[in-house]
Design a protein around this ligand. Sequence first.
Ligand SMILES: [Zn+2]
Length: 252
Amino acid sequence: MHPDLKAVIELQQIDLRITELTAQIDSLPTEIQNLEAQLNEFIHTYEERKQRLVQNQKERRELEGEIRSIATRISKHKDQLYEVKTNEQYRAMLKEIEGEEAKIHKIEDQILEEMIEAEQLEKHIHDAAARLDGEKARVASEVTQLQALRQTDVEERERLEKQRQDDAAGLSAGILDMYERVRRARRGRAVAEVREDFCTACNVRLRPQLFNEVRANQALLTCENCSRILYYVEPPPAESAEAQGADARTSA
Ligand SMILES: [Zn+2]
Protein backbone atom coordinates (compact mmCIF):
# COMPACT_ATOMS: atom_id res chain seq x y z
CA MET A 1 0.00 0.00 0.00
CA HIS A 2 1.17 3.50 -0.82
CA PRO A 3 2.50 5.16 2.36
CA ASP A 4 0.33 8.29 1.84
CA LEU A 5 -2.76 6.15 1.49
CA LYS A 6 -1.86 4.25 4.64
CA ALA A 7 -1.31 7.59 6.39
CA VAL A 8 -4.69 9.09 5.43
CA ILE A 9 -6.49 5.89 6.47
CA GLU A 10 -4.80 6.15 9.87
CA LEU A 11 -5.59 9.84 10.08
CA GLN A 12 -9.23 9.10 9.39
CA GLN A 13 -9.31 6.42 12.10
CA ILE A 14 -7.87 8.91 14.56
CA ASP A 15 -10.30 11.64 13.51
CA LEU A 16 -13.33 9.35 13.76
CA ARG A 17 -12.26 8.21 17.20
CA ILE A 18 -11.68 11.83 18.30
CA THR A 19 -15.19 12.73 17.07
CA GLU A 20 -16.66 9.75 18.92
CA LEU A 21 -14.78 10.62 22.11
CA THR A 22 -15.82 14.27 21.89
CA ALA A 23 -19.49 13.31 21.54
CA GLN A 24 -19.19 11.06 24.60
CA ILE A 25 -17.23 13.64 26.63
CA ASP A 26 -19.88 16.27 25.83
CA SER A 27 -22.84 14.01 26.63
CA LEU A 28 -21.55 12.57 29.93
CA PRO A 29 -22.28 15.64 32.11
CA THR A 30 -25.92 15.52 30.96
CA GLU A 31 -26.09 11.80 31.71
CA ILE A 32 -24.71 12.47 35.19
CA GLN A 33 -27.20 15.31 35.71
CA ASN A 34 -30.06 13.05 34.62
CA LEU A 35 -29.05 10.37 37.12
CA GLU A 36 -28.82 12.92 39.91
CA ALA A 37 -32.16 14.42 38.89
CA GLN A 38 -33.77 10.96 39.09
CA LEU A 39 -32.45 10.51 42.61
CA ASN A 40 -33.58 14.00 43.63
CA GLU A 41 -37.02 13.29 42.21
CA PHE A 42 -37.17 10.06 44.23
CA ILE A 43 -36.15 11.85 47.45
CA HIS A 44 -38.48 14.77 46.72
CA THR A 45 -41.49 12.46 46.26
CA TYR A 46 -40.54 10.62 49.46
CA GLU A 47 -40.31 13.86 51.46
CA GLU A 48 -43.53 15.18 49.96
CA ARG A 49 -45.40 12.05 50.99
CA LYS A 50 -44.03 12.27 54.51
CA GLN A 51 -45.22 15.87 54.73
CA ARG A 52 -48.59 14.88 53.30
CA LEU A 53 -48.92 12.14 55.93
CA VAL A 54 -48.24 14.63 58.72
CA GLN A 55 -50.85 16.94 57.19
CA ASN A 56 -53.28 14.03 56.86
CA GLN A 57 -52.89 13.14 60.55
CA LYS A 58 -53.43 16.78 61.49
CA GLU A 59 -56.59 16.95 59.36
CA ARG A 60 -57.92 13.77 60.96
CA ARG A 61 -57.37 15.18 64.45
CA GLU A 62 -59.20 18.36 63.44
CA LEU A 63 -62.12 16.38 62.00
CA GLU A 64 -62.33 14.27 65.14
CA GLY A 65 -62.34 17.50 67.17
CA GLU A 66 -65.21 18.82 65.05
CA ILE A 67 -67.19 15.63 65.69
CA ARG A 68 -66.66 16.03 69.43
CA SER A 69 -67.87 19.63 69.44
CA ILE A 70 -70.92 18.74 67.32
CA ALA A 71 -71.66 15.84 69.68
CA THR A 72 -71.51 18.25 72.61
CA ARG A 73 -73.95 20.55 70.81
CA ILE A 74 -76.29 17.61 70.13
CA SER A 75 -76.36 16.52 73.75
CA LYS A 76 -77.02 20.13 74.76
CA HIS A 77 -79.92 20.24 72.28
CA LYS A 78 -81.22 16.96 73.66
CA ASP A 79 -81.25 18.47 77.15
CA GLN A 80 -83.01 21.53 75.76
CA LEU A 81 -85.76 19.29 74.34
CA TYR A 82 -87.12 19.00 77.88
CA GLU A 83 -87.27 22.72 78.29
CA VAL A 84 -89.14 23.75 75.16
CA LYS A 85 -92.64 25.09 75.61
CA THR A 86 -94.32 24.42 72.26
CA ASN A 87 -94.54 21.56 69.76
CA GLU A 88 -93.18 23.91 67.13
CA GLN A 89 -90.09 24.58 69.19
CA TYR A 90 -89.74 20.86 69.85
CA ARG A 91 -89.87 19.98 66.12
CA ALA A 92 -87.43 22.78 65.33
CA MET A 93 -85.04 21.41 67.93
CA LEU A 94 -85.34 17.85 66.56
CA LYS A 95 -84.62 19.16 63.10
CA GLU A 96 -81.54 20.94 64.43
CA ILE A 97 -80.34 17.69 66.02
CA GLU A 98 -80.88 15.79 62.73
CA GLY A 99 -78.88 18.42 60.90
CA GLU A 100 -76.01 18.09 63.37
CA GLU A 101 -76.06 14.28 63.09
CA ALA A 102 -75.93 14.52 59.30
CA LYS A 103 -72.84 16.74 59.69
CA ILE A 104 -71.22 14.05 61.83
CA HIS A 105 -71.87 11.38 59.18
CA LYS A 106 -70.33 13.59 56.53
CA ILE A 107 -67.23 14.18 58.66
CA GLU A 108 -66.96 10.46 59.36
CA ASP A 109 -66.88 9.83 55.61
CA GLN A 110 -64.10 12.41 55.29
CA ILE A 111 -62.15 10.69 58.07
CA LEU A 112 -62.52 7.36 56.27
CA GLU A 113 -61.12 8.90 53.09
CA GLU A 114 -58.22 10.36 55.05
CA MET A 115 -57.54 6.95 56.58
CA ILE A 116 -57.44 5.29 53.16
CA GLU A 117 -55.08 7.98 51.92
CA ALA A 118 -52.88 7.58 55.02
CA GLU A 119 -52.64 3.85 54.46
CA GLN A 120 -51.44 4.35 50.88
CA LEU A 121 -49.00 7.06 51.95
CA GLU A 122 -47.58 4.84 54.69
CA LYS A 123 -47.05 2.02 52.20
CA HIS A 124 -45.27 4.31 49.70
CA ILE A 125 -43.15 5.87 52.46
CA HIS A 126 -42.22 2.48 53.84
CA ASP A 127 -41.21 1.18 50.37
CA ALA A 128 -39.24 4.32 49.55
CA ALA A 129 -37.45 4.25 52.91
CA ALA A 130 -36.41 0.66 52.25
CA ARG A 131 -35.06 1.60 48.80
CA LEU A 132 -33.55 5.00 49.57
CA ASP A 133 -30.05 3.93 50.63
CA GLY A 134 -29.83 1.49 47.72
CA GLU A 135 -30.87 4.19 45.25
CA LYS A 136 -28.33 6.64 46.68
CA ALA A 137 -25.56 4.04 46.46
CA ARG A 138 -26.54 3.03 42.92
CA VAL A 139 -26.55 6.62 41.63
CA ALA A 140 -23.30 7.45 43.41
CA SER A 141 -21.61 4.41 41.87
CA GLU A 142 -22.96 5.14 38.37
CA VAL A 143 -21.88 8.77 38.63
CA THR A 144 -18.39 7.70 39.71
CA GLN A 145 -18.20 5.30 36.76
CA LEU A 146 -19.33 7.96 34.30
CA GLN A 147 -16.85 10.48 35.70
CA ALA A 148 -14.06 7.93 35.41
CA LEU A 149 -15.13 7.15 31.84
CA ARG A 150 -15.09 10.83 30.99
CA GLN A 151 -11.59 11.19 32.43
CA THR A 152 -10.38 8.18 30.38
CA ASP A 153 -11.99 9.67 27.27
CA VAL A 154 -10.34 13.05 27.86
CA GLU A 155 -6.94 11.39 28.27
CA GLU A 156 -7.39 9.23 25.17
CA ARG A 157 -8.46 12.25 23.16
CA GLU A 158 -5.42 14.26 24.29
CA ARG A 159 -3.16 11.38 23.29
CA LEU A 160 -4.87 11.04 19.88
CA GLU A 161 -4.71 14.78 19.24
CA LYS A 162 -0.94 14.70 19.79
CA GLN A 163 -0.64 11.65 17.55
CA ARG A 164 -2.75 13.38 14.92
CA GLN A 165 -0.43 16.39 14.92
CA ASP A 166 2.56 14.10 14.38
CA ASP A 167 0.80 12.10 11.65
CA ALA A 168 -0.41 15.24 9.87
CA ALA A 169 3.11 16.70 10.02
CA GLY A 170 4.34 13.59 8.19
CA LEU A 171 2.03 14.19 5.24
CA SER A 172 2.76 16.53 2.35
CA ALA A 173 0.81 19.79 2.44
CA GLY A 174 -1.09 18.88 -0.74
CA ILE A 175 -2.34 15.56 0.60
CA LEU A 176 -3.26 17.00 3.97
CA ASP A 177 -5.20 19.80 2.21
CA MET A 178 -7.03 17.27 0.08
CA TYR A 179 -7.87 15.18 3.13
CA GLU A 180 -9.12 18.18 5.12
CA ARG A 181 -11.14 19.52 2.20
CA VAL A 182 -13.00 16.23 1.63
CA ARG A 183 -13.41 15.73 5.36
CA ARG A 184 -15.13 19.11 5.73
CA ALA A 185 -17.31 18.51 2.68
CA ARG A 186 -18.21 14.94 3.66
CA ARG A 187 -19.21 15.28 7.30
CA GLY A 188 -15.98 14.03 8.79
CA ARG A 189 -15.30 11.08 6.47
CA ALA A 190 -12.64 11.74 3.85
CA VAL A 191 -11.65 8.12 3.20
CA ALA A 192 -13.83 5.23 2.06
CA GLU A 193 -13.26 1.54 1.61
CA VAL A 194 -14.07 -0.06 -1.72
CA ARG A 195 -15.82 -3.38 -1.36
CA GLU A 196 -16.31 -5.49 -4.49
CA ASP A 197 -16.34 -2.53 -6.84
CA PHE A 198 -18.52 -0.18 -4.80
CA CYS A 199 -17.58 2.88 -2.81
CA THR A 200 -18.93 1.91 0.64
CA ALA A 201 -19.53 5.57 1.55
CA CYS A 202 -21.87 6.52 -1.30
CA ASN A 203 -22.71 3.07 -2.72
CA VAL A 204 -21.81 4.03 -6.26
CA ARG A 205 -20.05 1.48 -8.50
CA LEU A 206 -16.59 2.44 -9.67
CA ARG A 207 -15.72 2.42 -13.36
CA PRO A 208 -13.71 -0.76 -14.11
CA GLN A 209 -10.51 1.14 -14.87
CA LEU A 210 -10.72 3.18 -11.65
CA PHE A 211 -11.56 0.04 -9.69
CA ASN A 212 -8.45 -1.72 -11.03
CA GLU A 213 -6.29 1.22 -10.03
CA VAL A 214 -7.88 1.49 -6.56
CA ARG A 215 -7.41 -2.24 -6.08
CA ALA A 216 -3.66 -1.82 -6.37
CA ASN A 217 -3.70 0.71 -3.45
CA GLN A 218 -0.71 2.45 -4.99
CA ALA A 219 -2.08 5.99 -5.39
CA LEU A 220 -4.50 8.45 -3.81
CA LEU A 221 -7.59 8.08 -6.01
CA THR A 222 -10.97 9.59 -5.27
CA CYS A 223 -14.54 8.43 -5.78
CA GLU A 224 -15.99 10.16 -8.83
CA ASN A 225 -19.31 10.49 -7.05
CA CYS A 226 -18.49 11.53 -3.46
CA SER A 227 -14.83 12.65 -3.85
CA ARG A 228 -13.64 10.50 -0.96
CA ILE A 229 -10.17 8.98 -1.05
CA LEU A 230 -10.53 5.29 -1.87
CA TYR A 231 -8.74 2.18 -0.66
CA TYR A 232 -9.30 -1.49 -1.17
CA VAL A 233 -9.13 -4.37 1.30
CA GLU A 234 -8.94 -7.93 -0.03
CA PRO A 235 -11.90 -9.94 1.29
CA PRO A 236 -10.81 -12.62 3.78
CA PRO A 237 -9.92 -15.95 2.10
CA ALA A 238 -12.81 -17.87 3.75
CA GLU A 239 -15.30 -15.55 2.11
CA SER A 240 -13.78 -15.88 -1.38
CA ALA A 241 -13.54 -19.68 -1.03
CA GLU A 242 -17.21 -19.74 -0.12
CA ALA A 243 -18.01 -17.52 -3.09
CA GLN A 244 -16.04 -19.89 -5.36
CA GLY A 245 -17.93 -22.83 -3.91
CA ALA A 246 -21.19 -21.06 -4.67
CA ASP A 247 -19.98 -20.37 -8.20
CA ALA A 248 -19.03 -24.03 -8.66
CA ARG A 249 -22.48 -25.13 -7.50
CA THR A 250 -24.18 -22.65 -9.79
CA SER A 251 -22.22 -23.82 -12.83
CA ALA A 252 -22.67 -27.54 -12.00
ZN1 LIG B 1 -18.19 7.44 -3.10
